[in-house]
Design a protein around this ligand. Structure first.
Ligand code: FES
Ligand SMILES: [Fe+2]
Length: 430
């Protein structure tokens, strides 16, 4: 349970809010690189941290992210013309470069033109392609951190796949689903048996057999390692360890030799978020069959309303709930697919869940510690200017792991090496 004011502190990320200030300390995913596929392609509207922005790629391949609205009289630049090194407003032809600087005001007399242009600059943020993602940093330019080092974005292109989907609830309740390992044995029990990106792993057996997982949560430099243990063979436990790096990166523990996957949960505004979902293998290319399955919405990906990033199963169609499949036991909740099983339940809590009413239990310990860590970091930044965990790129070099350990061994000692990035070495997985 949280006090109402703490719930507001953690869920509000617009300009001027304390949590918004914290999100603005990090490089965060803004959109997929596939959305700006070529030079001079159509601009894309991007709303992130409650700011309405426009992203574009100019004639020289430079990326820009700036205020969506023209400095002249506020027209949306989405209607603009992306041509000859800049984005031109369709109303009176004012033109901006990727930094938001006005470079042409064609109606003005020549003698006034350059002085006027020099005075007009839209708010803008850097936009950088790393892996399949275009990243932005929306904070003070003087404290721009090093570029992101997440392994999924840094491995060769054929080893990684990223999708994104719109989720209609606050970022924090989506993130909390990502660090709540206990729901897997119920909500996703069908996926462990049937999904091509999950099935066949030895670990699935332990997952399905032991529905009373024990949580052990350990602080890391960038956030937490959330360890969850279930019974394995005599004298052993099966451990699944989920890293959470602040503010909103999570990595699901792997299964067998399947690629590893996870999420970035990025606020669009306080009642919506983008879920960036990555899948990568540290040492081998993804197979054609794996990529095909990801494109078809298997694993932790999903199908889309054509031409959009809205899931095909969404709250307007009750996520295509199938009561007969639920009754037969094909799915536990009646909703198909891991990500839509999660999204349907998280959205059902309302846009911002009232955390003053919840009744937390032992399996919520990861969530409790993550909230506390966020809350402490938000206050330290606001009150003392302390840079939060996760900004330092060394904090980003983490991996999830799924291992079997002797009962007397703690996970943090038993697999310390497995929880950091080891280039060229496979992830630890059973
Ligand atoms: S409103 Fe954009 S040029 Fe006039
Ligand atoms: Fe889930």
């Amino acid at each position: 349970m949280l006090k109402q004011e703490i719930n507001e502190l953690l869920t509000q990320t617009g300009p001027g809010t304390p949590m918004g200030a914290m999100f603005r300390q990090y490089w965060i995913p803004a959109l997929l690189a596939e959305e700006l596929p070529e030079d001079d392609c159509p601009p894309v509207r991007v709303k992130v941290l409650s700011e309405r922005l426009i992203a574009f790629r100019d004639s020289e391949g430079r990326y820009g992210l700036m205020d969506e609205f023209c400095a002249h009289r506020g027209v949306s630049l989405w209607f603009g013309r992306n041509e000859e090194g800049g984005l031109r407003c369709s109303y009176h032809g004012w033109k901006y470069d990727v930094t938001g600087q006005a470079i042409e005001i064609p109606s003005e007399p020549d003698e006034r033109h350059s002085a006027l242009c020099a005075k007009i600059k839209l708010k803008s943020y850097p936009l950088v392609k790393i892996g399949d993602v275009l990243w932005t940093y929306m904070g003070d330019p003087a404290t721009t951190p090093d570029l992101p080092q997440w392994e999924f974005a840094r491995v060769p292109a054929d080893q990684s796949f990223t999708s994104k989907r719109w989720q209609e609830c606050n970022w924090l309740q989506a993130l909390e689903g990502g660090i709540d390992s206990s729901h897997v044995s119920w909500l996703h029990s069908d996926g462990l048996k049937n999904d091509p990106l999950f099935k066949g792993a030895q670990g699935n057996k332990y997952n399905l057999a032991d529905r009373k997982p024990f949580f052990e949560v350990v602080e890391s430099d960038g956030g937490l390692f959330i360890g969850v243990r279930r019974n394995a063979e005599e004298g052993h436990y099966y451990w699944r360890i989920t890293p959470w790096v602040m503010p909103s990166f999570t990595m699901i523990p792997p299964r067998g030799d399947h690629p590893i996957h996870g999420h970035f949960w990025i606020p669009i505004d306080d009642e919506n978020c983008w879920v960036f979902t990555y899948d990568y293998h540290p040492v081998r290319p993804l197979s054609a069959a794996e990529v095909q399955a990801m494109r078809e919405g298997k694993g932790v990906h999903n199908e889309f309303v054509p031409g959009t990033y809205r899931p095909l199963q969404n709250k307007d169609n009750d996520y295509m709930m199938d009561r007969a499949a639920q009754k037969r036991g094909d799915t536990y909740s009646g909703v198909k697919g891991i990500s839509m099983q999660d999204a349907s339940l998280q959205e059902s809590m309302g846009p911002i869940v009232d955390r003053t009413k919840e009744r937390l239990v032992s399996t919520d310990s990861g969530i409790i510690m993550a909230r506390r860590k966020l809350w402490r970091a938000v206050e330290a930044l606001r009150d003392e200017g302390v840079t939060p965990p996760g900004v330092d790129v060394a904090h980003q070099e983490v991996r999830s792991a799924a291992v079997v350990l002797p009962k007397d061994q703690s996970f943090i000692e038993g697999c310390a090496d497995d929880l950091r990035v080891r280039p060229g070495e496979k992830h630890a997985s059973v």
